[in-house]
Write a protein that binds this ligand. Structure first.
Ligand SMILES: Cc1ncc(COP(=O)(O)O)c(C=O)c1O
Length: 386
């Protein structure tokens, strides 16, 4: 078996599912699922209005229409109370995105979907190992997809995976891959391998802001394999090589990351608790979720502040790793929202969150010292108190 097949098998085993398919990116995994489910022009797909625009492209590429539902403000996940009114006879899929690692209210989402005969798929790009009522997210819906891009629960540079326990759907994904999947070029593979090496050697919480700026500059110049190209902000045109498989370099890195994932998860849980404690000591709001049903493994720790732009600017000079997704309902800020059928005012809570939320590091390189420095820094601003 090659590295990609081995990674797929190990990944499927971790989730105790029967099928896993590895791709170049998470968005490609989503596309494969939608295509295998037969999504076509005129279909409607419901998703939260607080996501990455790259999650909307696969919907548009297939001619379907994204329908946005506002979020529930404490978990940033789709608000089930608003979900049902968005369902029409054309609704085919609800995308349950587990934002920042908080599980969606899966009882409510699954019940509404079952009642209306709609398929649920899970966007696990921001959550690996979170549980809802003891069940791991990614195993509730018909299928789920994951991202291994730089900021995700674990990284292979770029990368994605689709899983499903439905063997008929698995068979269809396999057939589509056999006939349509393209491979990355040698140049792309070499660039990604070099980037992974640089990342392992140099990217630490204090250097992240500087590295991000250099990375964005080099992406524009075409000198590195960026997460998204300029062409990807035009959903009218799917790139000829969009439907791309995972390379062996990514799979090798994924296997290595998966072998360490339990300690990654334990670290994230522990650091999130340290944030809870230190923020509470400063009188700041901490994570708010129903502990009797949710057991989140956070990818980042979200906090709401009044001076987001200033905090991001100061963080870069202070060597503090502050994340800023999502910057608008369809991240990033450059997204032409109307092209993606989003109109300002559609999801007021998501728009408010975009203005207020910054996220703090929890990854394995963020130590207790990082957390203390980050809390010292962020509490210099004004918290948003609900
Ligand atoms: C919630 C969410 N879904 C999907 C994606 C797409 O993942 P990828 O960048 O691997 O295509 C992202 C990307 O950042 C994301 O944040």
């Amino acid at each position: 078996m090659n590295n990609v097949a081995i990674f797929e098998t190990h990944f499927a085993n971790w989730f105790k599912t029967s099928n896993a398919f590895a791709f170049w990116k998470g968005r490609v995994a989503m596309y494969a699922i939608l295509k295998a489910l037969g999504i076509k022009g005129g279909d409607e797909i419901i998703l939260p209005g607080y996501t990455c625009v790259m999650d909307v492209n696969p919907i548009k590429y297939l001619g379907a229409k994204p329908v946005y539902v506002d979020i529930e403000p404490s978990t940033f996940n789709i608000n089930p109370a608003l979900l049902e009114s968005k369902i029409t006879p054309k609704t085919k899929i609800i995308v349950a995105q587990h934002t920042y690692g908080y599980p969606c209210d899966m009882d409510a989402v699954m019940a509404i979907a079952a009642k209306r005969g709609i398929v649920v798929i899970e966007d696990c790009c921001l959550s690996f190992g979170s549980r809802y009522k003891g069940k791991t997210v990614g195993t509730f819906g018909k299928a789920a997809y994951f991202s291994f891009q730089w900021n995700k629960p674990f990284t292979t540079g770029l990368g994605g995976m689709a899983i499903t326990n439905d063997d008929v759907l698995g068979e269809r994904i396999e057939q589509i891959c056999k006939s349509q999947l393209v491979q990355s070029s040698i140049k792309e593979k070499l660039m990604l391998a070099a980037q992974l090496a640089v990342y392992r050697m140099f990217i630490y919480p204090r250097t992240t802001a500087l590295a991000q700026n250099i990375f964005r500059y080099l992406t524009k110049k075409g000198a590195v394999v960026g997460s998204s190209s300029a062409a990807e902000y035009n959903p009218q045109q799917m790139a000829a090589d969009f439907f791309k498989g995972m390379s062996s370099i990514q799979a090798r890195s994924g296997l290595w990351q998966l072998a360490k994932v339990e300690s990654n998860i334990a670290h994230r849980r522990q650091m999130a608790e340290v944030y809870d404690k230190l923020l509470a000591e400063k009188g700041w709001p901490t994570r708010k979720y129903d502990k009797s049903v949710m057991d989140p493994v956070m990818v980042r720790y979200p906090v709401r502040i009044k001076e987001k732009a200033k905090a991001l600017e100061d963080a870069a000079t202070a060597g503090i790793e502050l994340g800023s997704w999502f910057e608008c309902p369809l991240h990033p800020i450059e997204t032409p929202l109307e092209v993606y059928d989003y109109r300002i005012g559609m999801c007021p809570e998501a728009e408010k969150a975009s203005q207020e939320v910054v996220n703090l590091p929890l990854h394995p390189r963020a130590t207790k010292k990082t957390v203390r420095r980050t809390v010292e820094f962020i509490t210099g601003f004004t918290p948003v108190i609900d």
